[in-house]
Write a protein that binds this ligand. Structure first.
Ligand SMILES: Cc1cc2nc3c(=O)[nH]c(=O)nc-3n(C[C@H](O)[C@H](O)[C@H](O)COP(=O)(O)OP(=O)(O)OC[C@H]3O[C@@H](n4cnc5c(N)ncnc54)[C@H](O)[C@@H]3O)c2cc1C
Length: 417
């Protein structure tokens, strides 16, 4: 039921912008928008969460507070308003959104940054019995469950569904903490032929080599057809017992996009032009994972941050009658950690490997957390020592790396085909 109408459309000279979703893309957009707009940010989650490092909650290397920042304070500091609710309907023809409590907000511009959602509801039983791997609370729950089972001195079978970078990072953290526990067996299930199938170099071979001393079983070219409370059924009709099933397989467009008429099917990311403007509605901009750009880009946090900034700037440009700036995806490397056993840096067609690369991933984490809290106030308040340690600053100098500079880290090797 509709409760309240928020008159958000322009009065006087202040155009209104509603940002739907505030993690990497949405929060970056909010930080980039000047107070000449009346900006309202709507997101049900109170915390900005640094998802690239949430796997570290599985082993307990990080705690939830280290990976989070309070959105309300950040948005308030930027001079904008925050509504901690989910948007349930977008009515592009009426320039209005509706939240779960029935609030209606009208807008001059809408910036959509709602990310993606897990695809676990497509396999029977997965939504009920598998544990998702997308947020801080998901990974904390996995860490707690592992701790609970490992204390029981009984044999434990853990299944990780998905052998992409998220599954690999989850496996690395399980091994970091439990590799000496003989009673714990891990099954990795990947429907494609190899683990890290999209990566260059033979990461599959390398991962199998690293795992050979431990009870890890790889199942490739097979998918999950049914998840039960204590087992998983595979497409070759094998049933594997499972006390913990971790679901890392895939990111799909949120249903809200199709339901609101902003995409043509449930499978399509919101179609935008090069300036991140919706192809049909010129006052709707889309940033981050939710955007279906003309040239597809990987669903990565660094692209989401850059898109948030570009979309915010393009709203300003559009409002002043200027042409839009095209979003230019940066060619940053991808960092994948593998617990305390290894880490990988994937850049163009090359995979560099070495545990020292974990420090680089930590530096990216610390630098990004600082970017999201420009005042520095929150980090100091929440983490007494401040976040950016001197080692991270030193490491940060490698962020504009060249293969030559990586060698300085020591112990770096190249994984061939
Ligand atoms: C386990 C894991 C590891 C990853 N590792 C890396 C990595 O190493 N490097 C890297 O670059 N990227 C990594 N990624 C990808 C990265 O996290 C995403 O690309 C990034 O989060 C996308 O940012 P976003 O702002 O578009 O969406 P999200 O970060 O998903 O944020 C979407 C926001 O929208 C909100 N929202 C959703 N629906 C609604 C609604 N209806 N109403 C209002 N608000 C809504 C959500 O609450 C959330 O705050 C990883 C992702 C995962 C899950």
């Amino acid at each position: 039921m509709v409760k309240k109408i928020h008159k958000n459309r322009s009065h006087g000279s202040l155009p209104s912008i509603v940002i739907v979703g505030a993690n990497f893309a949405g929060l970056k957009a909010a930080l980039s928008l000047p107070q000449k707009f009346r900006v309202t940010v709507v997101d049900p989650r109170p915390w900005f969460e640094f998802s690239p490092n949430i796997h570290e909650l599985v082993s307990g290397l990080k705690t939830p507070d280290l990976l989070r920042l309070p959105k309300k304070a950040i948005i308030k500091h930027a001079g904008h308003a925050f509504i901690p609710e989910a948007v349930t309907t977008i009515m592009p023809e009426k320039n209005t959104i509706v939240t779960n409590s029935g609030k209606r907000l009208s807008y001059d511009y809408c910036l959509l940054a709602i990310g993606g959602q897990t695809n676990m509801h497509r396999v029977k039983g997965a939504g009920t019995h598998a544990m998702p791997f997308k947020t801080v609370s998901h990974c904390q729950a996995i860490g707690d469950r592992l701790k609970q089972f490992s204390g029981k001195n009984k044999s434990v079978s853990i299944i990780i569904v998905g052998g992409g970078f998220e599954g690999v990072e989850a496996l690395g953290e399980i091994l970091r903490k439990y590799k000496d526990k003989k009673a714990i067996q891990v099954h990795m299930i990947e429907k494609r032929g190899r683990m890290m199938n999209d990566a260059p170099g033979d990461m599959d071979k390398e991962l199998r080599r690293l795992c050979s001393p431990y009870p890890v079983v790889f199942h490739n070219g097979i998918h999950v057809t049914r998840v039960w409370k204590h087992s998983v059924v595979l497409s070759n009709n094998t049933r594997i017992p499972s006390q913990i099933t971790i679901w890392t397989g895939g990111n799909i467009p949120p249903a809200l996009l199709f339901e609101s008429g902003l995409s043509a099917s449930m499978e399509q990311w919101t179609p935008v032009n090069a300036g991140l403007q919706h192809v049909t509605y010129p006052n709707i901009f889309v940033a981050g994972d939710a955007a279906g750009t003309p040239e597809p880009v990987s669903k990565q946090a660094y692209h989401a941050l850059d898109m948030g900034k570009t979309a915010a700037e393009n709203i300003s440009r559009h409002h002043s009658g200027k042409s839009l700036t095209a979003f230019q995806p940066s060619s940053k490397p991808m960092l994948v950690s593998f617990g305390d056993l290894d880490a990988f840096l994937i850049y163009n067609k090359t995979v560099f490997a070495g545990v020292a690369l974990n420090l680089l991933k930590e530096a990216v984490f610390q630098l990004t957390m600082n970017t999201m809290d420009p005042s520095g106030f929150l980090l100091k308040a929440y983490h007494a020592s401040g976040r950016l340690g001197s080692s991270a600053l030193t490491m940060a100098s490698f962020l504009s790396f060249t293969p030559k500079s990586l060698k300085k880290l020591g112990g770096i090797r190249i994984i061939g085909k």
